[in-house]
Ligand binder design. Structure first.
Ligand code: ZN
Length: 623
């Protein structure tokens, strides 16, 4: 679930019928109205031709930046304005394409917009080196001379100068650019093997012959029948066992590529390189790992509770992680209008201004909310059209997951509205660290609200159980991944050999440690220790830890928004959202009272987890 929810939502991933006719039929929040981006497909094409001409002419500014603050502003503004229109063009193309993925014209339009974005990058490749060659003193002096330059471009210029020590000469840069395709191959090999060619056995499940695979694994691993989930695990991970060497070599190639790219750009380590983009202090990564380790007794408490609630005799096993803690006789049902009403009520702690924007957005034709034939799956918010408003793709299925996704994605949308109103285009785009914290805080406020309003003990337990499980998957599981990634890269950086066998050994030690084998909490079957071989995120550098970190930040915000100084907490939280991307995520958090390099946010999350378990134990005491 977390891969779908937590990663799809920030990706920019929506009809083929006449749009104006559609808009006319759409009730508020059911269908989006793309005519606010472009009145017709023809208007899009016209604007596309203009943008193409603009992009083609951008190299006329090359060599002009050093002639003064005024010429620098003119050049930067021309490039930024072209980019702003291109993002609007891309938004329309991509949203229309997601309305009906089978429509070829939509797909072509999307490809056109993507190509133009690539062309913009190529046509302005000279920009960063030219700023860097002017040097700190001259650039600073220009920024002080021109209020317009300062207002829109000071942070961009600071960022460009910060990259100078890691920017190479023209020849070296072009060689590095050419390595991109080669370095992306391990992920292609992984997909080819795992999604297509790996031979999975067939199993008899509930009287049916099922050929095991990725989809079946996810479907049956949560079975209430313990024998079924064990058989599913044995078959799935058993199939991986025969390919440990191949997948190990392939993941090693990925790690080698990460280390190569970091060293080529003069970074001490691959971790340092990945933290560089957000200017995140290394202490944040280290604190996250240390605090998750300090919180393991709480994870172990959860696992013991799970064992008791599932009625497991003997040792708890790794395949016991997936069945839901609480079943509900009639699962709650939420229409789209219910989701809107409940979200507005649950987010009351965020105050008038926030709720006003949420009411406005959810009452407008900004979202495509229901599943339809041909429409893209998942959920996301697209906030790329700075001059218009955010758009949301949802696939509201009228269950609690849908309600929770609604609160999450609208969290991204209100964040975008606040940032766009307060920041110029150049400083509005925010970091994932801030984005996910804002949207996960919404999910937490919603969870607490649902528990408070639940009509029965059964319903209360259902909502408590959901929240508890999301902390295991979004926090502990991902920090385990983060720790494993760090170990792999550090081994390579120390010159130690990596192989399928050594990766399995490392991963096994982490599983045993996290799941408390020595404490008698869970017994890890060595067969499942090749789980690393199936995690696609390892092919995208250090990445999963952003969600774990953001969840900890969200826990501190949620706690403070419902605490003694709720008003001040709200002001700081809203100020952080309004700040958009005008500063680094760590700084913005710190100003909002949350220091990700200290224990406090992680401890707030652990406290939340313990509080939920206290509530569960009070409602479902041991018999
Ligand atoms: Zn999100």
């Amino acid at each position: 679930m977390w891969t779908k929810l937590r990663t799809a939502c920030i990706a920019i991933m929506v009809a083929s019928i006449s749009l104006s006719a559609e808009a006319a039929q759409a009730a508020a929040g059911e269908r989006w109205d793309l005519t606010e981006l472009y009145a017709t497909a023809g208007a899009w094409s016209q604007s596309y031709e203009h943008a193409r001409a603009d992009v083609a002419s951008l190299d006329r500014y090359k060599g002009t930046l050093g002639s003064g603050a005024e010429p620098m502003f003119t050049a930067l503004a021309a490039i930024s304005d072209a980019r702003r229109e291109l993002l609007r063009l891309y938004s329309y193309a991509s949203l229309r394409s997601d309305e009906d993925l089978r429509n070829a014209a939509n797909l072509e339009r999307k490809q056109q917009a993507q190509s133009l974005l690539t062309e913009l990058a190529q046509k302005t490749a000279w920009l960063a080196p030219e700023v860097q060659s002017l040097g700190q003193a001259k650039v600073r002096a220009y920024v002080e001379q021109s209020a317009a330059l300062k207002r829109r471009f000071d942070f961009f210029l600071t960022e460009t100068l910060r990259h100078a020590p890691h920017t190479l000469g023209v020849e070296a840069e072009s060689v590095l650019a050419a390595t991109g395709d080669v370095l992306a191959q391990p992920h292609s090999v992984f997909e080819q093997l795992v999604d297509a060619e790996l031979p999975f056995p067939s199993l008899d499940i509930e009287g049916q012959k099922i050929r095991m695979g990725h989809v079946q694994y996810e479907k049956y691993r949560g079975s209430d029948d313990r024998a079924v989930r064990k058989a599913v695990f044995d078959a799935f991970w058993g199939a991986f066992n025969g390919y440990q060497g191949t997948l190990g070599s392939n993941l090693t190639a990925q790690v080698m590529g990460d280390v190569f790219s970091a060293r080529a750009r003069r970074f001490g380590t691959s971790l340092e390189r990945s933290l560089f983009e957000d200017n995140m202090p290394e202490a944040v990564y280290r604190t996250l790992v240390a605090q998750a380790n300090a919180g393991l007794p709480t994870l172990h408490r959860y696992l013991r509770l799970r064992k008791r609630l599932l009625g497991i005799q003997g040792e708890l096993a790794y395949y016991d992680n997936y069945p839901s803690l609480f079943k509900i006789s009639s699962p709650p049902h939420f229409s789209l209008q219910d989701s809107r009403r409940i979200t507005l009520e649950a987010l009351a702690p965020l105050g008038k201004e926030y709720l006003g924007l949420l009411r406005r957005g959810t009452g407008s034709s900004w979202s495509g909310s229901h599943p339809r034939l041909g429409k893209n799956s998942g959920a996301y918010m697209n906030g790329l059209a700075y001059d218009v408003h955010p758009y949301l793709l949802l696939n509201h299925d009228d269950d609690f997951e849908s309600l929770s996704t609604y609160a999450h994605e609208w969290g991204h949308a209100v964040h975008t509205m606040l940032a766009n109103a307060d920041q110029p285009f150049e400083k509005a785009h925010y970091s994932t660290f801030i984005a996910e914290s804002a949207s996960i805080a919404n999910e937490m406020l919603l969870g607490d609200y649902m528990v408070g309003k639940a009509a029965s003990r059964e319903e209360k337990l259902f909502y408590l159980g959901k929240q508890l499980e999301s902390i295991r998957t979004t926090f502990f599981r991902q920090v385990l991944f983060a720790e494993f990634q760090l170990q792999m890269h550090e081994m390579r950086e120390r010159g130690e050999p990596l192989s399928g066998a050594s990766l399995t050994e490392r991963y096994c030690a982490l599983l045993k440690h996290y799941y408390g084998e020595a404490q008698g909490v869970m017994k890890i079957d060595p067969l499942y220790c090749n789980e690393w071989a199936f995690i696609p995120h390892f092919y995208f550098g250090y990445y999963v830890w952003q969600y774990a970190t953001s969840m900890a930040g969200a826990a501190q915000f949620a706690e403070e928004l419902q605490g003694q100084s709720a008003e001040q907490a709200r002001e700081r939280f809203i100020a952080m959202l309004k700040a958009g991307g005008s500063d680094y995520a760590y700084e913005l958090y710190r100003r909002a009272g949350v220091d990700l390099g200290q224990a406090a946010p992680y401890q707030a999350l652990i406290r939340r987890m313990n509080r939920i378990m206290d509530d569960i134990e009070a409602l479902a005491p041991p018999t």
